[in-house]
Write a protein that binds this ligand. Structure first.
Ligand SMILES: [Zn+2]
Length: 449
């Protein structure tokens, strides 16, 4: 697949766009049931203050899914020549060979405002229509699938690819984004190979930005390096980079992951060996493993493979095991933590939405599993970690003790020392870590229609 050839064109990856508007938390209220994206009305003010001010921990968030479209749009306006980086057409690796390629450049060029661009880069069903309209031929990927979410990244990857100064500044901005929500500890993940010709340079640029941000804002962000489902040839380097940087605080690498699909779990697949070997090497080198599994259709058995064969101690998503008690039992027995991403689970179809009170997060907790809530791709999903707790309190009917207990689970499952976990627990209990004054709070969620 063209996508597989390393550097050739990641530059092809995307389009432009974007946008963002200011983003302070508006008290706006929409009655739309769509994704639980309505704001809080006055009746929920107490919960709103609670979810804003409580010190939070996030274990599953992608750097490239958090690039602020406002900043990307501004960058494009300041550097109009960069449009040429966008391929006129891009064949996506997950689409049917018979399907027409995506006219990337044309779609980005058609954006007139940052809002247009943001909608292009945003995976919300109501924006899917816009992308379909712009893409003259073919549907490309049905809404509500992982593939649709991955398509969004195509509209900004060419901007950031091999652009080390921009990468550094976006990594710095990522830290600010966490600080703005009082997220005191984060494990942020990405694939260095997807971001530059030389993954070492991408890693160095991202690390510089993170360190500067963490120094200035007094939050901690560690890194998880992702292997990419479609490109097993990268995996060996991923684990070597992780090993070389695992003790290098601040912003050390604490784990490896496999992202962007689950095809590699099949032993018959040519994708299997590279990823499997990476995980065995990680185990031998004392590197933690967390893996995306149980998110795509019929993928419940992948959760077992991730744990029993790949050695994962945490699983990203795992929604597809909700009707498989033996797999829930397996996770419970092995004390495997599940990184749940509620908004993402709806957008990718990982969870076929019924009642929010039946969300996998609720089911897992009922069975005594260790669970965290996470934003996954906050910019691409137009959401935030704070938003996930809003959904939990308003839709899943969690109370304050449920939220606190999930944050405690997150601390227990973090890839850090016992001493540091103790410090995090102390901050959760210590009222001075709770932000009473919320003037600085923003979760950058947009409410435009
Ligand atoms: Zn993810």
């Amino acid at each position: 697949m063209e996508y597989l050839t390393k550097n050739e064109s990641m530059v092809n990856l995307a389009m432009f766009g974007a946008v963002a508007v200011g983003m302070l938390w508006h008290r706006s209220y929409s009655s739309s049931e769509d994704l639980g994206n309505e704001g809080f009305d006055a009746d929920h003010q107490e919960s709103e203050d609670f979810v804003q001010s409580i010190p939070k921990v996030e274990l599953h968030v992608h750097l490239d899914g958090a690039f602020d479209p406002e900043k990307l749009w501004k960058y494009m306006q300041d550097n109009p020549d960069i449009l040429a980086q966008f391929p006129t057409e891009k064949k996506l690796p997950w689409t049917d060979p018979a399907e027409a390629p995506l006219p990337l450049r044309e779609m980005v060029e058609a954006c007139r405002t940052e809002v247009d661009y943001r909608h292009l880069c945003t995976c919300r069903r109501r924006y899917q229509a816009l992308r379909n309209k712009s893409a003259k031929k073919g549907r490309h990927s049905p809404p509500g699938t992982l593939e649709d979410l991955l398509t969004c990244f195509e509209f900004f990857f060419p901007l950031v690819y091999d652009n080390l100064a921009l990468l550094e500044s976006l990594a710095y901005d990522f830290v600010v984004r966490q600080y703005e929500q009082n997220i005191i500890y984060t494990e942020m993940r990405y694939s260095p190979h997807l971001l530059a010709k030389d993954p070492q340079e991408a890693f160095a640029a991202v690390t510089r930005g993170l360190r500067r941000g963490c120094r200035e804002y007094d939050v901690t962000v560690n890194q998880i390096l992702c292997a990419i489902n479609f490109v097993p040839d990268w995996s060996n380097e991923v684990v070597d980079m992780a090993a070389a940087n695992k003790e290098k605080d601040p912003c050390a690498v604490v784990a490896v992951d496999i992202a962007a699909g689950e095809d590699h779990f099949s032993r018959e697949s040519p994708l299997w060996k590279g990823h499997y070997d990476m995980c065995q090497n990680a185990k031998n080198m004392g590197i933690n493993v967390t893996i995306h599994a149980g998110e795509t259709p019929d993928s419940h058995e992948n959760v077992r493979k991730a744990v029993e064969e790949y050695g994962a101690t945490r699983i990203g998503h795992a929604y597809k095991i909700i009707n498989h008690p033996e797999l829930i039992k397996l996770l419970k027995e092995k004390n495997v933590h599940v990184e749940v991403c509620p908004t993402s689970s709806v957008e990718t179809g990982g969870w076929k939405k019924t009642q929010w009170t039946e969300h996998p997060a609720c089911i897992f907790r009922k069975h005594g599993l260790s669970v965290s809530l996470n934003s996954d791709d906050p910019a691409v999903l137009n959401t935030s970690l704070t938003w996930q707790f809003r959904v939990a309190m308003k839709k899943m009917q969690w109370d304050k003790s449920d939220v606190t207990s999930v944050i405690e689970d997150s601390i227990d499952a973090a890839f850090v020392s016992q001493d540091y976990k103790k410090q995090l627990r102390k901050r959760l209990q210590d009222s001075s870590s709770w932000k009473k004054s919320l003037e600085f709070f923003t979760d950058r969620v947009h409410y435009d229609k």
